[in-house]
Design a binder for this molecule. Structure first.
Ligand code: SDX
Length: 439
């Protein structure tokens, strides 16, 4: 229907949907946001037109209203509660960003002090969890260990599982954000056979994580401010990212009323996939497979050949069709960390050469494929001494505050109900059972 064909009574802030098979039509209310695309409210479509909308992968579907994070994929913009990610990465710290994501505003100095104090009271894990940990093989992937330990938290912290009690929701939020670094460090120490290191509340959140991961009882711990700042930036950049796969998993799990620990464990499981948070680990594997610069053209030819099913890991994004602003910050951080450590990492040079070649290649230009957050993070983490298998664990530590913030927003949203998508059924029509001796 063109503009001049709309009837005078058609409200302007609506979309007219006409089923040309029957001539039946309906008005879809248009809901504007603060910035970004408006939405057409389709909740009454099935009841009115007896048909479902179809959107595999939800590329054109808004699942909720949110005030937490805004992304403009075409402009490469990422805002946490309205603040540009570049400014937060350069000027803020991770706990302050946690406060911002959870509560919607940057904290005052007294609020920041009180907030940090809460975390110091919850940074240890229950001593019994060590016995749960010892059930894993030493060579278990740390994401499997983390997923198990976080899910098991609901067996240890019964006084923060009632999702209908705001006090318990707050306590669960603090416990998860405070304990994830401890659990991540525990998973790492267990895998390398070193003694577990208790949290040290005199250190900052990020310093404490690095100390629990890399310190040993036999020597005093000496932190490196450049590495701490790089880790702080990595945590800030990974803290939240709108309705990505793992966040949508947390929201969907939470919509059934599952306890917060189970919901975050579900988010960890989803993040583990190589198309999502597992990409940072996959980038290092890909760079290792390429080996050196002279092999780049052959590798890219494989990527362009659909039959090879190869992808340029760390490139492309469902939303960003421009540079991922996080990749830009991480590229600079990678250079700073390697310079500080005096490391001349051939993989960084290979990554930069690969980036330059890919950015000039029509295949990637036509598909708007640019480096994403995962392209450089692995280079930094490897330089800092993390095993590749820990990369996605670090992503999960940082993203926990985003998952929790989105989970709380979902529970407090009066419009939210249990998530239950429908389908287009293309299977067999109804048929009668046939006994096995007649098949
Ligand atoms: C994260 O959603 C989030 O916000 C996630 C995240 C977050 O912070 O939570 O940002 C974190 O997950 C970052 C993305 C990390 N993943 C990777 O780096 C894995 C490599 N990238 C891709 O697999 C892919 O780009 C996705 C999964 C990230 C996005 O996939 P889309 O948007 O569904 O892209 P698509 O599959 O529709 O691709 C469009 C075209 C296709 O080619 P044609 O069929 O049109 O010929 O681009 C091609 C794809 O084959 N393509 C790639 C490619 N990514 C897409 N070709 C080569 N290498 C790639 N990486």
């Amino acid at each position: 229907m063109t503009q001049d064909q709309t009837t005078a009574t058609t409200p302007r802030n609506s979309l007219t949907l006409i089923d040309n098979r029957t001539g039946r039509s309906m008005e879809l209310p248009i809901k504007p946001g603060t910035i970004g695309p408006v939405v057409a409210d389709i909740r009454k479509v099935y009841g009115t037109l007896d048909l479902f909308t179809y959107d595999p992968g939800f590329t054109s579907t808004a699942s909720c209203e949110s005030r937490i994070t805004y992304i403009d994929g075409d402009k490469g913009v990422l805002l946490y509660r309205g603040y540009p990610i570049e400014q937060l990465a350069e000027q803020s710290n991770f706990l302050e960003v946690c406060y911002l994501l959870l509560k919607g505003e940057l904290p005052s100095l007294p609020q920041a002090k009180d907030f940090r104090k809460q975390f110091t009271q919850h940074s240890m894990i229950h001593e019994q969890m060590q016995f749960f940990l010892r059930g894993f093989r030493r060579d278990a992937h740390p994401m499997a260990v983390l997923c198990g330990l976080v899910g098991a938290m609901s067996a240890f912290y019964h006084d923060s599982t009632d999702i209908n009690d705001p006090v318990q929701r707050e306590l669960a939020s603090i416990r998860l954000i405070a304990k994830l670094p401890t659990l991540a460090a525990v998973a790492h120490k267990y895998s390398i056979g070193q003694p577990l290191v208790y949290p040290n509340n005199r250190l900052s959140y990020v310093e404490n994580f690095l100390a629990m991961t890399f310190s040993v009882p036999t020597e005093p711990w000496e932190g490196n401010p450049v590495l701490t700042r790089a880790m702080e930036k990595i945590f800030i950049l990974h803290a939240d990212h709108e309705q990505n796969a793992s966040t949508s998993t947390v929201r969907l799990a939470g919509s059934s009323g599952a306890n917060p620990f189970a919901c975050i464990a579900a988010g960890i499981a989803s993040l583990w996939g190589p198309a999502h948070g597992g990409a940072n680990e996959a980038v290092l594997a890909m760079l290792g497979q390429i080996g050196n610069k002279k092999n780049i053209p052959d590798f890219l030819d494989k990527v362009k050949n659909k039959n090879e099913h190869a992808r340029l890991m760390g490139f492309g994004h469902r939303v960003y069709k421009n540079f991922d602003p996080r990749a830009t910050v991480l590229r600079q951080a990678a250079e700073e960390v390697l310079k500080e450590l005096g490391i001349n990492d051939p993989l960084l040079e290979l990554a930069m050469e690969l980036e330059q070649i890919a950015l000039r290649d029509p295949y990637f230009i036509e598909r708007k494929l640019y480096p994403n957050v995962d392209f450089y993070s692995g280079i930094i983490l490897r330089a800092m001494g993390f095993p590749v298998s820990m990369f996605t664990v670090l992503f999960a530590v940082a993203r926990t505050v985003g998952w929790i913030s989105q989970w709380r927003e979902m529970i407090e949203d009066s419009e939210q109900k249990i998530g239950r998508p429908r389908q287009l059924y293309v299977g067999s029509p109804q048929r009668d059972f046939v006994a096995i001796n007649q098949r």
